[in-house]
Design a protein around this ligand. Structure first.
Ligand SMILES: C[S@@+](CC[C@H](N)C(=O)[O-])C[C@H]1O[C@@H](n2cnc3c(N)ncnc32)[C@H](O)[C@@H]1O
Length: 246
């Protein structure tokens, strides 16, 4: 186990060896990696079928493939100070049994698995490529025993989590209010959930896969305010910590 400062420094140095993991897992040559990352955001946006999509989750299970791995990797490398702040937040609140819902390329789940305060991390992601990539990364980093990989929360077979991490995911769901109701069911009075959201498709539709429907968003905020109480922290105001009020 590493101490918190070392974990943060390892992330700031090389995002937990992310480039090496990408090259090995996706069989990309070093000379092609920068171009692969530079085009990632555009490739992901271009792959979205727009209004013809029946079920929002089909985008993540059927269409994105490894494009989301590329997009998230490019983002975590280019915005490492921001991501490091989310890791600092985890260091304040994460303990014992942790759920990372929509865990992506695993930065948060891997950091939690390295923490001595965390007993086990349940990495849940609907995208099979993401799950396989993070499993590979966990093995490379020697923390695989502290992680379980699931497609859905119920597969974890856990009735209560001490910490829930759901970062940059809620805007990808058809019904984010319903999702936080589910989280509430998996919390007790000592559990803490970390949430953020970005219900916006972008100035130039860079995020066509984000939900921005006014009713859906209002319903989300009503549910959030009725079920959760915010816990103040001084780290990063776009990401909020919550405990349950009922
Ligand atoms: C923008 S990424 C965020 C990844 C990570 N939390 C981070 O902060 O970098 C959104 C993630 O949510 C996952 N996702 C989308 N819909 C989901 C669902 N219904 N259940 C679980 N994961 C989902 C996607 O596969 C993707 O990995």
């Amino acid at each position: 186990m590493k101490n918190d400062n070392l974990i943060l420094q390892n992330f700031l140095d090389n995002a937990f060896n992310l480039k090496t993991h990408l090259m090995d897992f996706l069989s990309i040559k070093e000379c092609d990696l920068d171009e692969f990352l530079a085009n990632a955001k555009m490739n992901l946006a271009n792959s979205h079928p727009g209004d013809t999509l029946n079920d929002v989750s089909d985008f993540y299970t059927e269409i994105v493939g490894d494009r989301h791995v590329a997009d998230l990797a490019a983002w975590h490398i280019s915005s490492k100070e921001y991501i490091a702040d989310t890791l600092k937040l985890q260091q304040i609140f994460s303990r014992d049994l942790v759920l990372d819902f929509g865990g992506g390329i695993g930065t948060h789940a891997l950091a939690n698995a390295m923490s001595s305060k965390v007993e086990h991390v349940f990495f849940v992601d609907i995208n099979e490529t993401n799950r396989n990539f993070v499993k590979f990364r966990a093995q490379e980093l020697g923390v695989e025993k502290k992680l379980t990989f699931c497609k859905a929360i119920k597969d974890a077979q856990i009735s209560k989590f001490d910490s829930i991490v759901c970062l940059d995911v809620l805007e990808h769901l058809a019904d984010p209010a319903f999702q936080i109701e589910i989280f509430n069911d998996y919390m007790d009075s000592n559990s803490i959930a970390l949430f953020n959201w970005y219900f916006y498709k972008g100035e130039k539709n860079e995020y066509p896969f984000h939900i921005d429907d006014i009713q859906t968003v209002e319903n989300f905020f009503k549910t959030l305010q009725s079920m959760f109480l915010e816990v103040f922290h001084p780290i990063l105001i776009t990401t909020r910590a919550y405990k349950k009020i009922k």
